[in-house]
Ligand binder design. Sequence first.
Ligand code: HMG
Length: 442
Amino acid sequence: MSKSISGFSKLSKAQKIDWLLETHFLDKKNAKRILIQYWNSDDKLQQLHDEFIENTITNYYLPFGIAPNYLVNGKLFTIPMAIEESSVIAAASNAAKFWLDRGGFKTKVISTTKIGQVHFMFQGDFETLKTYFNAIKPQLFEDVKSITKNMQQRGGGIIDIELKDKTKDLKGYYQLHASFETLDAMGANFINSCLEQFAETFKTRALSFDAFSSEEKNIQIIMSILSNYVPDCLVRVEVSCNIEDLNEDATILPEEFAAKFIQAVKIAEVEPYRAVTHNKGIMNGIDAVVLATGNDFRAVEAGVHAYASRNGKYSSLTHAKVEHGIFTFWMEIPLALGTVGGLTNLHPLAKLSLEMLGNPNAKELMQIVAVAGLAQNFAALRSLITTGIQQGHMKMHLLNILNQFEANDNEKTTLIEHFKTNVATHNAVVEALKKLRLTNYD
Ligand code: HMG
């Protein structure tokens, strides 16, 4: 049985590893070898990674790949992607290539507002609370001046603060609901610092607000925190072409391709089981770029899926139509991203990714990330409605299966060739490898 430990955080890295090996592993030598294998030989770089998080004992690599040929608003990009799943980058590259000759991706940032809330309990008269809020509002802005000064100079800051009555949902529950423009920063620290100061001002000043009864003076702050739901931090991405230009696959007529594609999207619009997988495919692209550029993919995931449910039912993020002979496929998606602060300037690969993209500002990055999402969905749907997903996916996954069975370079070359003309399933690959090994042995 595992044992608990107090003061673990104060141990050195070596001591933490020793404790782990002692507590959880029978083959300590092997476990230590694996941990050390992933250390970086550059001590400074390793220390940087150690200090990103707490209790670091090693690094966990993800492959970092690139998808070229992305034409976005007339400009060519190579998109960096950090992801472990085979076929995602091939699909991204394939979709980029497809749309390169058909006008590329058109994008537009619709809005960039972010939200933060002070959640509090108040037992008293709402009208008096409203009077207090209106009286105190200028002071709320005044007391955060030292925090907002630089952001304001750059053109951002607090847009507004509203008082919200939430007592229909929960007895005594109210909010200060604040909206922010954080420009090129994701803004979490800026927003949270402002909110905590609002809470302090709001609570303290209430004590001397004469119109409050002694009970009303006692505003109870529950918490102050930004929201990762950002339906007003929205970007639109679209591809379109004449229907006859969807003609590159000889096995299906363009009209049939468009009709099946639109039905596939409509199914994801009405059927939540399908919508979740459909949107997962979109997030294959989005998460990979968000990660590669040092942004917070958990925040993006949470916000995107909430947005996909905004009408009360989980639904597709993408949409498709044919009008006047033009096929259009598009998506509007909320993305709170930063190109300054956080890991973006600290992680050397995040920095490199941003440089690869021409050092975009946050609005430009929103557009590139959205493009990666739409492209990924296009590639997946294109496969799903024609060959089926497994053909392309297994073609890419083949190396993983071969590695799992420790195939050598010759075996890999032979079997990659073999599966160019044979259907690759897990079983078929294992059988072919067995057969090859028997033949080689004979
Ligand atoms: P293909 O037509 O067999 O590829 O497609 P190809 O060998 O003819 O090459 C054409 C282009 O594809 C290449 O052009 C590349 O752009 C790209 P080139 O570079 O030669 O000028 N490409 C590659 N790029 C990098 N490395 C490679 C590579 N191979 C091709 N090795 C492909 C093969 C896999 C691209 C295609 O079948 C495809 O797009 N499939 C979709 C795969 C997919 O969506 N994978 C995501 C994982 S599955 C999933 O999680 C989501 C899902 O459930 C979501 C949903 O249900 O909606 C599907």
